[in-house]
Design a protein around this ligand. Sequence first.
Ligand code: G6P
Length: 426
Amino acid sequence: MSETGIRVAVVGGGSSYTPELVDGLLAHRDIPVERITLLDIPEGRDKQEVILDLARRMARRVGRAITIEATLDRERALAGADFVCAQYRVGGLKARVRDETIPLAHGRIGQETVGAGGFLKALRTVPVAIDLGRAVERLCPDAWILNFTNPSGLVSEAVIRHAWPRTIGLCNAPMVIERTIAERLHAPPGSLRLSMVGLNHLSIVRAIEFQGQDILEAVVEAFVAGGRWPDGPSLTPADSEFLRALGVLPNSYLRYYWLPERMLAEEQRRVHEGRGTRAEEVLHIEAELFARYRDPALAEKPPELSLRGGAFYSEVAVDVLEAIVLDRQREMVVNVLNQGAVAELPGDVSIEVSAIVDGRGAHPLPQAPLPLAFSGLVHQMKAYEELTIEAALTRDRGRALQALTLNPLVGSIEAAAAILNDAWPA
Ligand code: G6P
């Protein structure tokens, strides 16, 4: 960190999410931010310019004297950075459309982070993420990478193990879960202590402390009584029975593993009705967002941004950044190497877990054994993630076929091979 403050590089600066991150950095006045540098590739230049102008207006409005700049030159963006926020999408939204439509054409879920969609995204992203990690090592060897790039747990593990250990994988989902529970209880933000464990987009809340008591059981009951999976379908009597027996609160993405027929049918229905996949919907939302961002009168994060799934992601980033910069011990859910926290998993694989973040990084909290009904899935998905990283690094089609077959949302050699045949050239 320089004498005058910290320098943040945002990789994927032209992302429609960037105003959210800028908003978070501006709002936390105790973090001495000196410079924010947006970095994108030439295809992202126009979007990045729009974001740059908006970010500068936002800083002026709140009276913060932070240098905000944009570049297409990675060396320039990374030189002297203290934090590198990785929030890029390799191949842009066009690639996301493919990630979502190719699996669907073969009767499989096409979600961009889990299943075959997440796999295709991982194959494209891991080499880029490792290359970025190596550039960080060369150009700003004191920097932390805060990785939001999906699939966040898998990508973060690849970077930590193969390029840059000072990397912390982040996701907004744990924060969304915490906020949702706090809202229902009318509890002030920060008053709940959630204990979470699992993998990214595949985690459970196994304890919720509120005013000195563990209220998990009551929260699970209220969730079941609410009758609906978050972002998902209504609960059937069997779903409710299953969730009560499980006795923990699931990350909403577990719906893909536990309700695969319904989730697939929902995706197929959307396409059939002409609404397209989520990527196509996001393309429309983005066009509207950028029209708003271009308005010179706009000087704050517009409410339309909340139509995107990444709500609160800036708060997660800023909380981690603050805990590191100010060396404040803070309990947060992050993606880091296991290091013995979950005894039944190897030490050098990433998990998503409650951890203490301080000036030296993120330290996972020791965990009781995973519930049996959950641990099988964690083991299978971790094996899938390891094979996927290997496939991405070696470009070995056989490894890719193994990985995709192992993913429970694909689960057959025929489907995996058919998806690979369509996707491999891209
Ligand atoms: C959630 C997930 C993120 C994901 C986002 C997608 O926030 O936790 O990992 O990137 O949703 O939102 P989108 O608006 O792009 O569909």
